[in-house]
Design a protein around this ligand. Sequence first.
Ligand code: ATP
Length: 220
Amino acid sequence: MSLASTPTLILGGTFDPIHVGHLRAALEAAEAFGAIVRLLPAPVPPHRPQPWASAADRLAMLKLAVNEQPQLQADDRELRRAGPSYSVDTLGELRTELGADTPLMMLVGADAFADLPSWMRWRELFELAHVVVLTRPGAVGRTAWSAELTALARSRETTATGALLAAAHGSLLCLPVTPLAISATAVRAALQAGRSLRWLVPEPVLDYIEQHRLYRATNR
Ligand code: ATP
């Protein structure tokens, strides 16, 4: 593969906190495309309640989680930008940095993808990047996609990873990943109920949560 076709993959999210569901899905996407996945914590996610942990704590946990895993990297660009963070702006910034020809892929979980038409300037996302949908237990299946998403899939979907590597942007691909029914909501709930988080989040993240007393019901 020529250097010019080495793709850039990103996975944005609240990561409140990062958990094994994120990490395993990101790693499998990295392996599918032979590339690094950058994990981008969002400061004020549009359409979402405010995070429980501060941006600094969420970034610190993300860095601990990807430490010594060369296929995954923390990217704090959205935290350095003022105001709400829209994927279309982030992809535009990356496209400027990468140039017109480098394949750029935005990874999203199947639950997030089902809401894509509510995202800011969502159709423009495909002029900047490919979209790779990561399967996720509990997410609505394609039979429940909106008419807009069904039409989008009809015109843009491929099952060939090579098709995404051969173009800079414009395609949709659903990537089956190991189904892990883990969510940050369930991680926080387990902690607040006094249950163990072991094997739901990496050990160093678990230690960080304990040390900083994060996600206690009283310190929101
Ligand atoms: P919350 O429970 O707080 O809503 P979350 O677990 O969904 O959080 P996010 O940070 O919102 O985590 O997720 C970031 C991205 O990772 C989203 O695109 C989401 O769909 C995807 N994702 C999260 N968990 C999984 C999982 N277990 N399997 C596949 N994709 C996932």
